[in-house]
Design a protein around this ligand. Structure first.
Ligand code: DGL
Length: 264
């Protein structure tokens, strides 16, 4: 089925972490229109069963396609790990998914010790096991689950004492192991990249995957003759209460963005 190239690109995450990806998408493709959906009602995805994430992911992707989209970006490592294959099987939309940057980290490390910060669901997934097996079998991968971190970043704020305490606990094992590269394997974590760096020795590289996802989206749109046709518009929606997330959206994005309610 051919899709009109003037439709928006749909982007979704469990909440506002995917805004870090959206930022990279809009920088690379400023002429495109975007519809960003935060599934805030079900945040955090990281503690939910795989079967739930599959059903929810397929439901959201189907509803976004019906709403009108020319492509879909799964801006959530957890949803990708649990549901990317199910979503691809259920929708005709061109899809870009996101996974922890283990491959670029393997190319970058000198010490051979690489830290990965991600949700429990991502790290426990078969997909993550395959990723490490394919690209980092020769390395010491220190995988640190960060339960509660994505939620605390949204509800308490990136600079809050609650987030600081969680980071103290999650970063310490990476420092002790001597990592020289840290993969930010959850799209919420770039919001606290500086705070992570402050807890690491100087020179440790932090990798997030917004840029490569943006390049992949551009390739996919170009291959499908779907590039252009928009005017840089951005709509943000939540499955939760817009007034409850609005202030956090504005703080993270750096300027006011209207937020509407949308139910997939
Ligand atoms: N932002 C999501 C990710 O990239 C998950 C956060 C959560 O809902 O647990 O994994």
């Amino acid at each position: 089925m051919t899709r009109p190239h003037n439709l928006p690109i749909a982007v979704f995450d469990s909440g506002l972490g995917g805004l870090t990806v959206l930022h990279a998408l809009r920088s690379r493709l400023p002429q495109e229109d975007f519809f960003y959906f935060a599934d805030t009602r079900f945040l955090p995805y990281g503690d939910r069963p795989e079967v739930f994430l599959k059903e929810r992911g397929v439901l959201i992707a189907g509803a976004l396609a019906r709403r009108g989209a020319k492509a879909l970006v799964i801006a959530c490592n957890t949803a990708t790990a649990a549901a990317a294959e199910a979503i691809r099987a259920a929708t005709e939309l061109p899809i870009v998914a996101i996974e922890p940057g283990v491959k670029p980290a393997a190319a970058l490390t000198r010490s051979g010790v690489v830290g990965v910060l991600a949700t429990t669901r991502t790290l426990d997934s078969e997909r993550f096991g395959r990723l490490v097996g394919n690209h980092a079998n020769h390395l010491n991968i220190v995988a640190q689950a960060c339960p509660g971190l994505a939620e605390a970043i949204e509800t308490e704020g990136p600079a809050s004492p609650a987030v600081g305490l969680l980071l103290d606990a999650f970063v310490a094992p990476l420092v002790a192991a001597g990592v020289d590269v840290v993969v930010l394997g959850c799209t919420h974590y770039p919001w606290v990249a500086e705070a992570i760096s402050r807890r690491m020795p100087a020179g440790v590289a932090l990798l997030d995957t917004g840029e490569p996802v943006a390049r992949q989206l551009e390739r996919l749109l170009s291959a499908g003759r779907l590039l252009g046709g928009g005017s840089g518009q951005l709509k943000v929606a939540t499955s939760g209460a817009p007034h409850a997330v609005s202030a956090t959206v504005d703080r993270l994005w750096g300027r006011h963005l209207p937020v509407e309610h949308w139910e997939p």
